[in-house]
Design a protein around this ligand. Sequence first.
Ligand SMILES: Nc1ncnc2c1ncn2[C@@H]1O[C@H](COP(=O)(O)OP(=O)(O)OP(=O)(O)O)[C@@H](O)[C@H]1O
Length: 625
Amino acid sequence: MRGLSVARPNPCWRSPVSVDAAPSLRRALRIVGVGIRRQPRWFAFAVAGSTVYGVMTVMTAWAIGKVTREQVQPAVEAGHATSAQLWTTFAWVAGVVLLNVVGVVIRRVAAGYTMFNVAAHYRREVTRQYLRLPLSWHHRHPSGQLLSNANADVEATWNVFAPLPMAIGVVVMLVAGIVQMVLVDPVMAVIGLTVFPLLFLANMVFQRAMSPRIARAQQLRAEVSEVAHESFEAALVVKAMGREEQEAERFEEVTRRLQAANVEVGRTRGTFDPVIEAIPTLGTLAVLAVGTYQVSRGALEPAAVVQVAYLISVLAFPVRALGWVLGEMPRTVVGWDRVDAVLKARGALEFGETSLPADDAAHAALTGVDYSYDVVDEQGDESPFQAIHDVTIDLPAGATVALVGPTGSGKTTLTNLSLRLVDPDGGAVRIDDVDLREVRRGGIPEVASLVPQQTFMFDDSVRGNITLGGDFSDDEVWGALATAQATGFVTELGDSLGTHVGERGASLSGGQRQRIALARAIIRAPRLLVLDDATSAVDPAVEQAILAGLRKATSGTTVLVVAYRMSTITLADEIVYVEGGRVLDHGSHDELLARCEGYARLVTAYAREAAERAAVEADEEGVTV
Ligand SMILES: Nc1ncnc2c1ncn2[C@@H]1O[C@H](COP(=O)(O)OP(=O)(O)OP(=O)(O)O)[C@@H](O)[C@H]1O
């Protein structure tokens, strides 16, 4: 496989979204509509709560006006307040405020449910889609980007549901508020009618300035997460190669760009905030000035001034919710574009209906298979690279076939094709004469297992890593461990089968991890077992014992093994020699040695290396004696 790259993030990782284009409001609203259709009931509750809140906020001003007129003013004129007047005042204000609070609670709880339920749905959808998409898609999408899609991008898309119900309530509130102002005093209503459009306009300008800045920050956040993930993954390589400084610089550069983008967002907010805060305050002052003049002329009663001034100040804050919604819209569009790109990704494997037979060794065959990878050049342009050319390999039932070839010759690609981890571009892969594309979903893993070049351990017990949740007894687990030559070290682990192996099996050696991965495949008694350099980290003696044990324990299994050692090669019934993605020859070891130059050169090098290693080991033993 290609080596781990510590180069700059591949341009193809970047989202196709242009960060500078202000995403259109209509698109954002369409995306919001998609979310509402997912959770219509909770959203309706949130809007109902918000409407109650909106009406009750306006009613608070009306209640204050009424109380001022009917209770406070008479009390002021009389020079004292009766307890009945105080209780009536309290009852009116408390009643309206209580209903307001009920509205707020319903709105908040229901908005939370809407937002979290929609986000959870899309998180699940994205994850499901990842699992559906073939390996070829995963080859082109780094895991940092996938993490960002399933997490930050989903959140960015649906965060809009936090302020949206409130904004809808604000519209109701504004209509009710303006009607009330007109009814109280048309002159002061004109001030109100100036303040709110002004406020809205200021918010629009604010959001327009913010949109591209927020979109850019969101995109850079995803990039930081991609680079961070790759840096952590590559920690060993980075340290071993002494590239800490360069890696730190690469990370610093992208975080600096994010920092600058966030500062820019803050600066824009800082410029607009005082203006937006000042507008309603100036409006209230204007109402008080005009109102006082009207009262002094006897054209208006003080209660009306109190009511309108209160109304303007009480409406000023919620009106900003409209701005919050507009502020979230660019993030919604950017987040959704990234999430949608995953959901719409094509190339998910199609499955047929056929079941493969459950017993006896499988007869597998690759016939005229071609396969190309999409490779990306420095400019970010994709082009196909044909890794496999017209390959035909027959794996007779019960046979052990060794795949031998120099580095990069296509061995791993062929193992992936033989289990339908990717589909061939041309030709066909069959098990028992059934084209793998016709096999039902889940049908291939039931009969075939792969032990890949890089073993993966879950942060679970030894037992959990072998059964992977399957229904196997401890005896079966021990049986598989015995064939994988792993009984000894597992017995010595603190809690034997129950020992937790740590993240990615950090508490185990490479050879121990490989043997557990082997046991994981063996316990499933596969009819076809594919080993891709699966014993490279165990010493040759143990490898010999494993392969001999495998032959004995898996007589009902056909084995395809990518072989790098003479011991493995000589155990095979047939050897297939590949070079440059083509099968150059196949036959027994002696036949190939006699007639295939490339094979002879390669195995001679393997044999020389084995002899040198044996000599070194003998020397070391001599020294210790
Ligand atoms: N994800 C990928 N994207 C693009 N090209 C790839 C990818 N994986 C492999 N290749 C290319 O395909 C060719 C075959 O790779 P493959 O991993 O199958 O070789 P291999 O024989 O298994 O190598 P090795 O012995 O080093 O494991 C190589 O030229 C490799 O560079």
